[in-house]
Design a protein around this ligand. Structure first.
Ligand SMILES: Cc1cc2c(cc1C)N(C[C@H](O)[C@H](O)[C@H](O)COP(=O)(O)O)c1[nH]c(=O)[nH]c(=O)c1N2
Length: 232
């Protein structure tokens, strides 16, 4: 076995064959059936064991140099959620004005968060100092710590879907407005604000597609062969 030549004990290896058809099906189903959830949250709190599983899934994401730069702030206090919602409301009003006439009207008709309705909100942050001043793999691409944090978020999102829990990512905020509310120090970057809770129905395709705001692009033209722009 090639791994045996790496000089680590054999107990560190496991067979790496493909999953069974049912296991594969479950993985793809999770990916395709995951949705961004705005408003469809049920009020029941997440059991601690379920929350632990989805946070562990996040924590098992790949990270540059195994730096694991993330933190998760769990927000359940209605007063805190209301304060965050106020920040969203102001920023969302500004956002609506950035779109031209008709688009602005349809933007205002979209529900873009479930901050108050979701029983749990999670602010996911990235500590840019985690792992020390020189991190393997981050030497030439400083933002790989942020990319790692996004990998953790995607793991959480997929694990949540498999648990029947919806997740909605809200990004219509100024970082600097959230920071003092949540007591986040200046050196920490706010990567995501997530609304989390059980759901009993989900859109079968992105809600923005169902509401004719945007549509999924065909994949084929996005794939090039050898060089940027070369069709395959
Ligand atoms: C980084 C980032 C930031 C946001 C989002 C996503 C991501 C990845 N999305 C959700 C987004 O609209 C959604 O993922 C797409 O429309 C595709 O839909 P599904 O996720 O497949 O349901 C999102 N949705 C929303 O209603 N308010 C928001 O502020 C944001 N912000």
């Amino acid at each position: 076995m090639a791994l045996a030549d790496k000089g680590v004990p054999e107990a560190e290896f496991a067979p790496a064959g493909a999953f069974s058809p049912q296991e594969r099906e479950a993985v793809y189903r999770t990916i395709y059936a995951r949705r961004d959830v705005r408003d469809e949250f049920l009020p029941e709190p997440l059991p601690d064991s379920t929350l632990e599983r989805i946070l562990q899934a996040a924590h098992h994401a790949p990270s540059v140099g195994l730096s694991q730069p993330w933190n998760f702030i769990l927000i359940r206090d209605p007063a805190m959620k209301a304060a965050v919602h106020d920040v969203f409301t102001r920023c969302n009003g500004e956002a609506a004005q950035m779109f031209a006439d008709e688009r602005s009207a349809s933007y205002r008709g979209l529900k873009l968060e479930g901050i108050l309705k979701a029983p749990l909100n999670i602010c996911v942050t990235c500590d840019r100092a985690r792992g020390g001043p020189v991190v393997l793999g981050r030497t030439h691409q400083r933002d790989t710590d942020l990319y790692s944090t996004v990998c953790a978020i995607q793991n959480l999102w997929l694990a949540a879907r498999a648990e029947g829990i919806g997740v909605g990512w809200v990004s219509i905020f100024e970082q600097e407005d959230l920071r003092p509310l949540l007591g986040i120090p200046p050196e920490i970057v706010i990567v995501a604000y997530l609304c989390v809770g059980f759901v009993d129905q989900l859109f079968t395709r992105p809600e923005l597609e169902a509401r004719q705001w945007a549509e999924r692009l065909p994949l084929e033209p996005l794939i090039y062969e050898e060089r940027w722009g070369d069709r395959r």
